[in-house]
Design a protein. Sequence first.
Lengths: 141, 476
Amino acid sequence: MTTAARWEHFSHQADVGVRGIGSMLEEAFEQAAMALTAVIADPSEVAPGEMIELLCEAPDAELLLVDWLNKLIYEMATRNMLFGRFAVHLDGTRLAAQVWGEALEPARHHPAVEVKGATYTALKVEQQPDGSWLAQCVVDV
Amino acid sequence: MDPALFERASEHEWRIKPFGKMRVPGVIFASEALLREMDTKVYEQVANVAMLPGIVGASFAMPDAHWGYGFPIGGIAAFDIDEGGVVSAGGVGFDISCGVRTLLTGLRAEDINTVKERLAESLFRAIPAGMGSTGAIRLDAVEMDMMLKGGARWAVERGFGNESDLARIEEGGCMKGADPTQVSDQAKKRQRNEMGTLGSGNHYLEIQQVADVYAPQIATTFGVNKGDIVVSIHCGSRGLGHQIGTEFLKRMVIAAPGHGIELPDRELACAPIQSKLGKEYLGAMRAAINCALANRQILTHLTREVFEQILPQAKLPLLYDVSHNTCKVEDHNVNGRTKKLYVHRKGATRAFGPGHPDLPKELRDAGQPVLIGGSMGTSSYILAGTKRGMQVAFGSACHGAGRAMSRHQALRSWSGRKVVDDLAGHGILIRSPSMRGVAEEAPGAYKDVGAVVDAADQAGLARKVARVVPLICIKG
């Protein structure tokens, strides 16, 4: 049985938590990235016009999730882009990804807030009792 | 949370007796009502901070404390190098030296009433705000390093503001010990287009009016009179500070076992002050403080240019500039002896009391101005540091209202357009590139800043001097 991949936000008093759920760990990471974009703007409004490749490495899966989200935050800030589609490949503690997006247009994307960084707060990467994978943490806005 | 978790040391002081691995007590300064509203996470985080090596006195939280990352937001902890003390990237946070400055204008409401709309539009055009906005200033590698070493002093030397501004900024506008070589290329790249930008979230530029004066003598020293128009700017070190926080947090988490540090929470990532990593972080963090000071100085210049166009009679001298997320080396009295301590303030304001040698001469008798930002559409406050605050909390006070509800809840509760229209009905002009951002920052999403300020005043951390109300708010 496969779990429908999905993302959601969870409450943190000052900021916001991002959570990705999928039948595979890769999918959970992709969905967490989607949740990150959704903090800023509606992901369905982001056209996948341009693709870039990213690499991350960290000692464990949880630190890797934070690294992955921080890499996206960095790329969004320095390229002035938003991302709406993600393909993650995991190999132990290494992550290689292709991400698709487009230049940020404030008038069209209505960005609510910029994200400063992904944190270790409420950080969890784990397989759920139903076999699905969950990847989550709080991001500082 | 339940007051029964604490020993009530006085009306506004709630103590956590050391348990488990806590090295010192925890102390929360708050009224009973504010304490009851706080999340139990604050209790856990105050206790966790008390477990860090070399902590001195107590792990403190201010009346506006709420669930943060590792440290509570509104948390204060001081560390002694001689006791194996640490410096914590988590304890400073991502938005290094985020802070508030207030400019006096000498204007009264009647001076701006006829040009209010024009002023709002001109400020909104002049101040880059919101995600993806860029500043007009591009720094090459050499100039970037000079900015990181020079802070607001660098900005003044480049024509942004006046020499007289510098005395009214913590550290004289230039944080010593900044080491741009410890700031990664990524952090510098992230800052490339962000000099002189406001940012987003709870950052703002406000035109305010002094509504009440509580301590007339100090207010006079500060140059604040009832009815005066002032300008307040809330923002931080932008992308550079965020990237430094991100990078050092990871490095400190990974290095902790090697330093013999057991982290009660990974977000408390720290390193011994005397370790290589600790020193590197201090060098980078101080560079980020300078970036924040330079950024607020540039925004001040842009604001003055707008006033020059519309209200040329106004000069805009700086009342003061405070920083919220910092680690600073300060002298404090510990058991009758003066010690050099590494004081972390996470979402808390330095509040030096009267007579402190670091205060400019003309403010020294009054104490440091402590600028407390409200949320959009609500009051902000000007306080003054006290001698008692120096004794009981390493010269620290609260920093703002603190959120009462999450962004998600706020977004479900309000429409940005309606918030703007409602506030306009109260004579408050909001200008923002993002209506969703406005909804998430709706006044009702924040706690009552008045209750927080009253608690800080009654606990003796800082003295209430004046209340200001917003007239125009440029929201990131």
